[in-house]
Design a protein around this ligand. Structure first.
Ligand SMILES: [Zn+2]
Length: 425
């Protein structure tokens, strides 16, 4: 019998179809109930079947080849939310190709630890772990009114598209573009700057609390807003994976300065020149760079990581060190979509428990316990149950009632709902 999973077509159309469907998973509100899809219990059962199968071909024999499922319907067992328009392809082979990608993704996931499931288990882990790695993303700053990058409507990219008419807003962070035309970045920089009034969110204060209790090993963050500093998190404990606005460097001589030195230029949208570099006139073309960009040499660039720029090799070293010490991983406010940050969890020992806390669930990874809701509320509730007093910004959550419900069909996924009192808004 031919292995249908190996027969997929590698056309770019099929590839982009697969990418769209894989991307569709955590964007909520995208569900189309008119699809003939597997139910949640059926999906969970099918995925367990795949994991216990001797080989993927056995799984295919038991499902498609025995005519219990079409490839199209089987695809819906893998936690995807494709739009109907996307999921209306004539060629059945396209669904085989998608299924191959989904099966590969499923088998690549870490195996969940069966002993940790409840809120009490999470509290136990917090109380008894001493080397916690916290991975954070934009979701921990949105309660401060700072937009994340990728949310529909409210995200920064979406705003730049709608309000500023940028077709490809990610271009702002393109290194080549910056070197060619730094004015482009500077003209939008005021929209990227975090508020400078020393704020941080209750979630930042929670991470500080872990530090005070001697439990924080490292906070790896994707955020460039530098709020961790405001919360009092030690620079020793913090890895700003994508850099931050705290410092800036000259693109030519690499002179590093405090971010304050260029903050006015960023606000005014005027390109900040390096004070150390000589005037750009008369400089030799830089070797190896085609069509040398002499006209823009000596420009200051905030030390945030642009597309096309390498991650600091020190960070990888730190991860290698932490790998031997970590005893709990908290993933907070990130859907882990941006590589290489999203690969961090794959580099940690899979037997170390992982707790996921975010607004929406993340279908391309498998965690031990998942808490969905506002991260500030989730963490306040966990502190409360752990008997930990709320400190600093977490005090804002003192009078917030939090309802916790187990999500239907799941054993370790909970929905937290905060009921904010009007006087605390
Ligand atoms: Zn310079």
């Amino acid at each position: 019998m031919p292995n249908v999973l190996e027969e997929h077509i590698e056309s770019s159309d099929v590839q982009s179809f697969i990418e769209r469907v894989l991307e569709s998973n955590s964007s909520s509100g995208n569900e189309d109930n008119s699809l003939d899809s597997c139910t949640v219990p059926e999906s969970l059962n099918l995925r367990a079947m795949l994991r216990s199968a001797k080989a993927p071909s056995q799984f295919i024999d038991d499902t498609i080849n025995s005519e219990r499922y079409t490839a199209k319907k089987l695809c819906t067992a893998f936690d995807i939310r494709p739009s109907l328009a996307d999921f209306d392809r004539k060629d059945e082979k396209d669904y085989y190709a998608l299924l191959a990608a989904l099966v590969g993704r499923e088998l690549g996931k870490r195996v969940k630890l069966t002993e940790y499931n409840s809120v009490e288990d999470a509290v136990f882990l917090l109380q008894n772990s001493n080397n916690i790695i916290v991975l954070t993303g934009a979701g921990i700053s949105t309660s401060l009114g700072v937009p994340d990058f990728r949310s529909k409507e409210t995200g920064l990219y979406s705003q730049l598209q709608q309000r500023d008419g940028l077709d490809n807003p990610e271009e702002i962070f393109n290194l080549e573009r910056f070197l060619e035309d730094p004015k482009f970045f500077y003209s939008f920089a005021n929209k990227l700057l975090p508020p400078s009034n020393g704020v941080c969110s209750p979630t930042h204060s929670f991470i500080k609390l872990l530090q005070d209790k001697g439990k924080l090993l490292t906070n790896f963050t994707q955020n460039i807003d530098n709020f961790e500093k405001n919360a009092g998190i030690d620079s020793e404990k913090l890895i700003q994976w994508h850099g931050s606005f705290a410092t800036a460097s000259c693109t030519r001589c690499k002179e590093k300065v405090d971010g304050d030195n260029i903050s006015q230029a960023l606000k005014d949208g005027k390109v900040a020149q390096c004070k150390r570099c000589p005037s750009s006139e008369g400089l030799k073309p830089r070797p190896g760079r085609k069509g040398s960009k002499d006209a823009v040499t000596g420009v200051m660039k905030p030390d945030i990581t642009f597309f096309g720029e390498d991650i600091d090799p020190k960070f990888q070293k730190r991860l290698e060190r932490d790998r031997d010490e970590v005893d709990l991983v908290l993933i907070i406010g990130t859907s882990l979509k941006v590589t290489p940050f999203s690969n961090i969890i794959h580099e940690l020992p899979s037997q170390v428990p992982q707790i996921y806390i975010s607004r929406d669930h993340c279908s391309h990874n498998q965690f031990d316990i998942e808490f969905l809701g506002e991260c500030d509320a989730v963490l306040a509730e966990l502190c409360h149950r752990a008997g930990w007093g709320l400190k600093d910004e977490m005090k804002k959550m003192e009078n917030v009632q939090v309802k916790v419900e187990l999500c239907q069909h799941y054993q370790s996924r909970y929905r937290f709902k905060a009921e904010h009192n009007a006087e605390h808004e």
